[in-house]
Design a protein around this ligand. Structure first.
Ligand code: NAD
Length: 481
């Protein structure tokens, strides 16, 4: 059975404690590889390697850093199929999705940040005729990067690429649930000629390897994507050390459909927003608000399309819904759907695990896309993140009401608004309390825009210039004339 290894100082190494965790293929329900259960000692070694590499990497010309990273992007682009298959096995997502979204987006992340650093600049201010102030933006040192399982390579590269491009060195800890593509990515780093110690990857559990990385005194920057619970723990642990922190966390996003929208487009877009990646996207629209006058018509069409979301073997071309990431996560989704029933919800479709999607996948973890109606705004189902293909339909009467309802959550990551009225679209965009508002679309991404959440969904923004600023420390120099 394949054993994943840590990547420290450009070498693949066993964890010091020789301890491993099982890595399960969720579509078949069996262990297929093992991942290091690293501890503080492994993290210390990785941080030492990254610290040693910092002086040289941070003074490597941006042009040269860009060249190596563009080579890395090319190597990954030439290997999309192998990476997509690995991601599909590790995570359970349809191969078609990994091939069209996850891995191509990882290529874009590396390429985008490699080249954007060439255009990054400091500022200069003429202080009347007294002085000139200019701002140096300098890499801070070792960045600790912690990523989740839902979009494994996509979110891993989203964080390491800007950190490396700006001249920081990195110790990254991918999710222990989906470690494979980060492991494979390390091989490409060797081939691309990334110098030793510049990127180090330590595998293992959050409260152990992750917490050791977060607490390490020589890691001044922490960038985390994952649950609000873990983000809170990281914020508490780092506060007394005054680390620079970016937290991208959970969501309970509103998807709002007005009667004046193009309803066919709204149905299609809302289906994608609800069920993409088995609903395991932080940006999924899990609260579906529909204007009452069109709610019955919309719901009928939406449920019909939800039923067409074929649950199947992730390797099959016609599969739209693959496996959820783990047995534990399947149980979490089941718990929430049972809770929705107890809270008085009506299950319009789905509502249960799917057994025997195929002979190969007979022990896998599958859940049917689920639509729930009739729930009160204050119930747990309409407030807690489920992170599965479960959507609650909520009718509304007018604009004021839906804005209040959409904002009635601790989360504030994203929202979609479907309307034919340009004025209404702008009014809502201004008043919805979240980091991204999509008008007549969902998950249309431009890597230059600031991305992140309000309230319990996040601290800081990543994307484009914001990320380059996050990974660099501004220093003002005042020159008296
Ligand atoms: P998780 O919080 O359980 O784990 C995320 C990562 O953090 C993993 O690598 C894990 O090992 C590590 N970790 C856990 N506890 C830690 C601790 N105490 N100290 C240090 N590291 C720790 O999240 P998950 O289940 O992997 O991912 C799903 C969550 O991620 C959902 O809540 C989803 O909304 C969120 N998410 C957010 C975004 C975003 O951009 N806002 C994107 C994707 C996923």
């Amino acid at each position: 059975m394949e054993r994943i290894r840590n990547f420290i100082n450009n070498e693949f190494v066993e964890p010091v404690g020789q301890s491993y965790l099982d890595n399960v293929d969720p579509a078949v329900g069996h262990v297929y590889s093992q991942v290091p259960d690293s501890d503080t000692e492994d993290v210390n070694r990785a941080v030492s390697a990254a610290s040693a590499a910092f002086a040289s990497w941070s003074h490597t010309p941006a042009d040269e850093r860009c060249r190596i990273m563009l080579k890395l992007a090319d190597l990954l682009e030439n290997d999309i199929e192998r990476f997509a298959r690995a991601e599909c096995v590790d995570n359970g997502k349809p191969l078609s999705l990994a091939r069209s979204l996850d891995i191509p987006r990882a290529v874009k992340n590396v390429r985008f940040f490699a080249s954007s650093v060439l255009h990054f600049h400091g500022e200069s201010h003429a202080t009347d005729d007294v002085a000139i102030n200019y701002t140096l933006r300098q890499p801070r040192g070792v960045a600790g990067i912690i990523s989740p399982w839902n979009l494994p390579l996509y979110l891993f590269t989203w964080k390491i690429a800007p950190a490396l491009a700006t001249g920081n060195t990195v110790v990254a800890k991918p999710s222990e649930v989906t470690p494979m593509t980060a492991y494979m990515f390390a091989e490409l780093c060797q081939k691309a000629g990334l110098p030793p110690g510049v990127l180090n990857i330590v595998h293992g559990q959050g409260p152990k390897a992750g917490a050791a990385l977060v607490a390490h005194p020589d890691v001044p920057t922490i960038s985390f994507t994952g649950s609000t619970r873990a983000g809170g723990e990281i914020a508490s642990a780092t506060a007394p050390m005054f680390k620079k922190l970016a937290l991208e966390m959970g969501g309970k996003n509103a998807n709002i459909v007005f009667a004046d929208a193009d309803l066919a487009a709204a149905v299609d877009g809302s289906v994608r927003a609800a069920f993409a990646n088995q609903g395991q996207v932080c940006l999924c629209g899990s609260r579906l608000f529909v204007e009452r006058s069109v709610c019955d018509k919309f719901t009928e069409a939406f449920v019909a399309k939800a039923r067409e979301q074929t649950v199947g073997d992730p390797l099959e071309a016609d599969t739209k819904q693959g496996a959820v990431v783990s047995k534990q996560h399947l149980e979490k989704i089941r718990y929430h759907v049972d809770l929705a029933r107890e809270e008085g919800g009506t299950i319009l479709c789905g509502g249960e695990a799917v057994a025997n999607v195929s002979e190969r996948c007979k022990d896998g973890f599958f859940f049917a896309p689920t639509v729930i109606a009739g729930l009160d705004m204050n119930c747990r189902t309409n407030n807690e993140e489920i992170f599965g293909a479960v959507v609650s339909i909520i009718p509304f009467d007018d604009e004021e009401q839906v804005i209040a309802q959409a904002n009635q959550t601790n989360y504030g990551l994203s929202a979609s608004v479907w309307t034919g009225s340009v004025s209404r679209a702008h009014r809502l965009a201004e008043r919805l309390q979240c980091g991204t508002v999509w008008i007549n679309c969902w998950l249309l991404r431009d890597l230059r825009v600031p991305f992140g959440g309000m309230k319990s969904s996040g601290v800081g923004r990543e994307g484009g210039e914001e990320t380059l600023r996050f990974y660099t420390e501004p220093k003002n120099v005042c020159v008296k004339l």
